[in-house]
Design a protein around this ligand. Sequence first.
Ligand code: ATP
Length: 301
Amino acid sequence: MTLTVAGSINIDHVIRLPQFPRPGETLTGRDYRIVPGGKGANQAVAAARAGAATRFVACVGEDALAGSLVAGFAADGIDVSAIDTVAGVNTGVALIQVNDAGENTIALAAGANAELTPDRLARHAEALHCKQLLLQLEIPLDTNLAAARAAKARGARVVLNPAPARALPDELLALVDLITPNETEAERLTGVAVNDDAGAAAAAGALHAKGIAVVIITLGARGVWLSEQGQGRRVPGFSVQAVDTTAAGDTFNGALVAALQQDRPLAEAVRFAQAAAAISVTRPGAQTSVPYRAEIEALLE
Ligand code: ATP
């Protein structure tokens, strides 16, 4: 059985500027690029490159770039049969400004991602007959709920990367087997600040109390807080020279479920995912920075 990712596809328009323009101001930037993005897409690519047979449920619009995006996923070995082209809308777009301090601002237009409704999902019911389902929060919440319910009923492990940060209904959390917030997302979900190990343990405890068996809080360069059945510990990541942390979290999530798909034990899957994410931060970009299985295995040797 495959691993299914249901989620977003975005076209990222990235412009570098000395500083962010103020309201009403026009600033000329340098280096404009159009690159594939979206948390669902990044995580599907990460899972496929990490070696898992991956199916992607998503929507694109009827624009010129959509075809090349989907062709790119297919070239990565992803099963694209459940990617719908929706008439009359654009593919999701992210307008990203990066300033000289390396900070960014991101404006999103959901476009076709908002068309991945529960009704449309129901047309791809076979995709939810999977071993694992990986979800994020860039498609409608009702769709995530329907997907989690259907996959869980068929015995799948439901993995939720609760990004971008928002509060979530208990109904969804109760369907989740493994959750992977970063520090900000963990705080948004639980109200507990994750500034240290004690905070991570408390936030993980609050998520276990919602019915989630495994909680992995990602801590950037500090690694992760791994908590299973209430037993938590920090697992350091790999020490690397970071040049661009974009999609570190997405790479971690895709590689994690790919390793679990291969029935690796949880601790080993976390190490594999941290190795993949560490490689991704040494390279610029989102999908361009996602490593392949052989590279990950080489770092683990
Ligand atoms: P992003 O939003 O940038 O994609 P995130 O906030 O979702 O990231 P992080 O917690 O920053 O996720 O990173 C995810 C994982 O990536 C970490 O748990 C760690 O394993 C790895 N990682 C991130 N930054 C670094 C770094 N500087 N060096 C090594 N590993 C890193």
